[in-house]
Design a protein. Structure first.
Length: 477
């Protein structure tokens, strides 16, 4: 195990600490995932050992604050697992670091500092890699893949703004990282920046309200040759942030730069944007990714199994089990990933050499249902059951109140209508008292996303589905 050495002049990183940090960075990539790693750890620099404490420099105040709240404990634990630390780990920006640290950084060769700052703002692809090579392609996504490969190649294009949209978990983030990584590899001197919309929001708001100066932020987001923004719908309703994003897009495009964004819906379906931004997005090159069909789900499952085999030697799943999951579990790739991770748990707990068909069915019981087994129902039945379950009348359920007590049951009812009835979106909207079809679509997508992250919503939807199927009037009229 390495020990932090005494650096010359009181500042500077011992060679062992640098070597350990290189290893820890790979571990942090695996633990936090590519998005958070790129946002907060990629530019986190180990400056050295100062008075027995390891000092790291974050790129911005926002990154420093996030790391102190959410990343510092894990960083320190992983560093201590590989070396002996005499003191604690500290994260600063250059402005808040101790004076000897600032002097040490200032004295380093200017060319070396420039080289560090000009490194691509992207992490190396995580294992097995968010690359084009690891993305499973079929008719549901091949147009989006082809378009982004063209963007990454550096070839001249006639579409300076690209919008990729799909329901949650269908591969938008994978493709965005793949395009950014391929673009950087194809033309190393090209400046590429990837940001999550939430990161854009937080950094802009911090610059605006805390620092009272957004010029540095504007420079960072308006200098890339290709700018990637993931989940742009998250900025909807934030008027000042919307204006800043639109100004950024216009500025980049006017300079011949490329902008690639993702959203959960197309330009007409994103709720909350003002007319000016919505009009600008309508001029984008738009590609939709739809949920994978059975054949693609089967290929995704195979890829997920290979991914887990890299960290779980001996993990195997019978082909018949994968066939069954692909047939019975419709939905996004994220749900399939969850299914395979559940099989890993089953294999470890039960000591299985191979997860058989029977073992897979037992492990995933309650998570799958053949659509052929789902009895179609009437919209009126869904409304009656959901209202009764929430101790309200159907009239109260359909009120346009935005209070959570009414809005969430109404959105769940809309989601269930899209899943259990044969009614079209416009028809469901009419039966909900005159809602536009885009409102029903928004409700469906919102609950679908919540099902992947919120156990309470998932449990409530499962319960309501069973109640609706048992309702005497469930069958179609």
């Amino acid at each position: 195990m390495d020990r932090v050495g005494d650096p010359v002049g009181g500042v500077g990183a011992a060679e062992g600490a640098v070597r350990v940090y290189d290893r820890v960075r790979r571990e942090l990539m695996s633990e936090f995932g590519p998005e958070l790693f790129e946002a907060f750890f990629q530019r986190l620099e180990l400056v050295g050992d100062y008075q027995g404490r390891l000092v790291f420099l974050a790129e911005s105040d926002a990154a420093r604050d996030w790391l102190r709240r959410h990343g510092l404990r894990r960083l320190e634990a992983r560093m201590r697992a590989h070396m002996i630390l005499e003191g604690e780990i500290e994260v600063h920006t250059l402005d808040t670091a101790p004076a000897p640290v600032r002097d040490y950084v200032a004295d380093r060769a200017p060319a070396a500092r420039r080289a560090e700052r000009e490194q691509p703002a992207l992490p190396p692809p995580p294992h097995p890699g968010f690359t084009f090579e690891t993305f499973c392609v079929d008719e549901t996504n091949h147009r989006a893949v082809t378009l982004l490969q063209l963007v990454a190649s550096g070839a001249p294009t006639n579409f300076p703004l690209v919008l990729l949209h799909s329901p949650p978990g269908c591969g938008k983030t994978h493709l965005l990282h793949a395009c950014a990584y391929a673009a950087q590899c194809a033309v190393p001197e090209r400046k590429v920046r990837y940001m999550m919309a939430q990161e854009f929001i937080e950094e802009f708001q911090y610059a605006l309200h805390k620092k009272k100066d957004s010029s540095e932020f504007k420079q960072r987001v308006r200098e890339p040759d290709i700018f990637f923004l993931d989940d742009v719908h998250r900025i909807a309703g934030r008027k000042v942030t919307e204006e800043e994003f639109l100004d950024t897009v216009i500025m980049l495009n006017s300079r011949g730069r490329q902008v690639v964004i993702t959203a959960d819906q197309g330009p007409d379906g994103i709720g909350g944007f003002d007319d000016r931004l919505r009009h600008h997005l309508s001029g984008a090159a738009v590609c939709e990714i739809t949920e994978p069909g059975e054949a693609l789900r089967r290929r995704i499952l195979e890829a997920k199994v290979r991914h887990y085999q890299a960290t779980t030697p001996g993990f195997r799943v019978a082909p018949a089990a994968l066939d069954m999951i692909a047939r019975r579990m419709s939905g996004s790739g994220r749900l399939l990933d969850g299914a395979v991770s559940q099989l890993v748990v089953e294999a470890r707990v039960s000591g299985l050499e191979e997860v058989t068909l029977e073992a897979a069915e037992n492990a995933l019981r309650g998570k799958m249902m053949d659509r052929a087994e789902i009895k179609p129902v009437r919209v009126a039945t869904v409304l009656k059951v959901v209202a009764r379950h929430n101790n309200m009348t159907v009239e109260q359920l359909l009120t346009r109140s935005r209070q959570r007590a009414f809005a969430q049951p109404r959105q769940i009812a809309a989601y269930l209508c899209t899943q259990l009835t044969h009614a079209s979106l416009p028809d469901i909207g009419r039966r909900f008292g005159g809602f536009d079809h885009s409102t029903i679509l928004y409700s469906r997508n919102k609950i679908r996303a919540a099902l992947e992250t919120d156990p309470r919503i998932r449990s409530e939807v499962d319960t309501l589905t069973r109640l609706i199927q048992k309702e005497p009037s469930a069958g179609t009229a």
